[in-house]
Design a protein around this ligand. Structure first.
Ligand code: THU
Length: 133
């Protein structure tokens, strides 16, 4: 059973590799993400933009949706990586829409690893989340 630190290292490495498949010709802001499923699979995602800008999708949501479409019902942990070295910590954090989507599939205590910034339980990233029961 890998430790939290090992999981963090593995997911960050996968997210960095995933950023290489980003399609970001409009923003030149490549992002990669990786999620860990309960069956210990790691699934990657990258941001995919569109000429109709609003149709673009973030790396985190691509990773989560790919995992769910592949049969995962929960996500145990997620890592995200902004490929460029020059970004500030705020530019490396997941956007609000992705935090809401994480809330759908991750426990409040599940960890979100942000490359170059740190490790956050999801509940710290989206307190008082909207949940329909
Ligand atoms: N982006 C992500 O992939 N994840 C985030 O959490 C924030 C933003 C992408 C969307 C867009 O392709 C580019 O970064 C610039 O906003």
């Amino acid at each position: 059973m890998p430790s939290d630190a090992q999981i963090q290292k593995m997911l960050i490495a996968e997210a960095r590799q995933a950023s290489e498949t980003a399609y970001a010709p409009y923003s030149s802001f490549p992002v990669g993400a990786a999620v860990l499923t309960p069956s210990r699979e790691i699934i990657r995602g990258a941001n995919i933009e569109n000429a109709s800008y609003g149709l673009s999708i973030c790396a985190e949501r691509v990773a989560i949706f790919t995992a769910v479409a592949s049969g995962a019902t929960r996500i145990e942990a997620l890592a995200v990586c902004v490929a460029s070295e020059v970004n500030s910590p705020a530019e490396r954090m997941p956007c609000g829409a992705c935090r809401q989507v994480m809330t759908e599939f991750m426990d409040p205590s599940a960890m979100v690893y942000v490359d170059g910034v740190g490790a956050f339980p999801l509940k710290d990233l989206l307190p008082n989340a909207f949940i329909l029961k």
